[in-house]
Write a protein that binds this ligand. Structure first.
Ligand SMILES: Cc1ncc(COP(=O)(O)O)c(C=O)c1O
Length: 381
């Protein structure tokens, strides 16, 4: 049985061209980028080339790129580092953030900062009235994600930034899911800081970046040897950074072509889902082209994921990043979706390698499995 991978929002396969660029740094080029000798200089040059590639892909300057060990780390760095310089004020985040934004914001709350969580509407779009309301209190930082990892809903970050800046707050956006799927431009978004991650764009796992306006007063995340301008000490993971740089180049090269392809697969999928009476979340929002999040009443998402896995399809349920939990997705609850329906949520996320045939086969299997599970539910009732 061949397996079909429909979980590209969770992670993506390493591109062979990325691996090729990384290999020398995992084998013969063992230099530490802080060393003065030829090996060290070679590693340093490779890191600076990658910094340019990352910067070019997001409309930033190389000097604005701070490499981190993951998107999670970049988010933690942004939240704790930017807030730390303005004690005893407020951090405002949306209710649909990834836990790697929410948890550090809650940690700061336990240390004395106020925390505002702004809601979203039924389509997963930020409630701007709640943002305006939150900004009536002195606020050090506003953090709203560019695209949601579950629904794919895209937020008006330039609009968030305008309001936040008017009120003297720093603005951060988690662009981990958006980057590589839609155009992401640091300057146009007008934020002070933006997070991206390599493994969502066919780069290696375990490397990310915080794109940072140099004028921002931010506390370092790691103290030590002073790498990354003293903001993130620790010997650089040269191979991963090199891979991230190449992945960035490749991601933007065919971005529009890939977006059109995944969007047409999603249309095919959602036509089939509608025929099966699925509820499609954020159906009317501006969404990432590759993402579809849906549910069937009375069928647990986890159960359907396992059934589809047995038939050779890898998809995600509710909160994919914590799929050991059976709690309904906090994103769907924030959208006002009933918990029972939210527990049924399934996410399909495509990439350029997926095909029309795979989607057709998926719909056939889905129909069969749904029928089987619905019969089981009816018998148990
Ligand atoms: C929206 C969002 N932010 C941050 C992250 C974390 O990135 P990383 O896996 O590089 O730590 C993820 C990962 O799924 C994500 O979806």
């Amino acid at each position: 049985m061949s397996h079909v991978y429909f979980d590209h929002n969770a992670t993506t396969a390493l591109d062979s061209r990325v691996l090729k660029a990384m290999l020398p740094f995992l084998t013969t080029q063992q230099g530490n980028a802080t060393s003065r000798h030829a090996y060290g200089r070679f590693a340093r040059d490779a890191i600076e080339t990658a910094r340019e590639q990352v910067a070019n892909a997001v409309g930033a300057y190389p000097s604005q790129v701070v490499f981190t060990a993951s998107g999670t780390e970049a988010n933690n760095f942004a939240i704790t580092g930017m807030a730390a310089k303005q004690p005893n004020t407020q951090i405002a985040i949306s209710a649909i953030e990834h836990p790697c934004v929410t948890r550090p914001a809650e940690m700061m709350q336990s240390r004395g900062w106020k925390l505002a969580k702004m809601g979203v509407n039924h389509q997963c779009e930020l409630d701007f009235a709640q943002l305006e309301n939150a900004l009536r209190v002195p606020t050090s930082l506003v953090s709203v994600m560019l695209a949601n990892n579950e629904t794919g809903a895209i937020q008006n970050i330039a609009g968030v930034a305008e309001l936040a800046r008017k009120n003297g707050a720093y603005v951060h956006t988690d662009a981990v899911q958006a980057f590589g799927k839609i155009d992401v431009n640091f300057e146009a978004l007008n934020v002070h800081a933006m997070t991206i991650s390599s493994h969502k764009i066919h780069g290696p796992q375990g490397v990310g970046a915080l794109i940072l306006d140099k004028r921002v007063d931010i506390a370092p995340f790691m103290l030590g040897g002073g790498q990354e301008k003293g903001l993130r000490s620790g010997t650089e993971n040269v191979a991963a950074i090199v891979g991230f740089g190449i992945a960035c180049e490749l991601a933007i090269e065919k971005l529009h072509e890939h977006a059109l392809h995944t969007q047409s697969l999603r249309q095919q999928l959602e036509n089939g889902l509608q025929a099966l009476n699925a509820t499609i979340f954020s159906h009317h929002a501006t969404r990432l082209p590759n993402t579809s999040f849906f549910a069937f009443p009375n069928i647990e998402g986890e159960t359907l994921v396992m059934a589809l896995d047995k038939k050779g399809f890898a998809v995600a349920s509710g909160s994919a990043c914590s799929s050991d939990s059976t709690e309904p997705s906090h994103v769907l609850l924030a959208m006002g979706i009933a918990p029972d329906l939210a527990r049924g949520a399934i996410r399909v996320s495509f990439d350029a390698s997926n095909t029309v045939e795979q989607v057709s086969a998926f719909l056939t299997i889905l129909k069969q499995e749904l029928k089987r599970l619905q019969q089981m539910v009816a018998m148990a009732a």
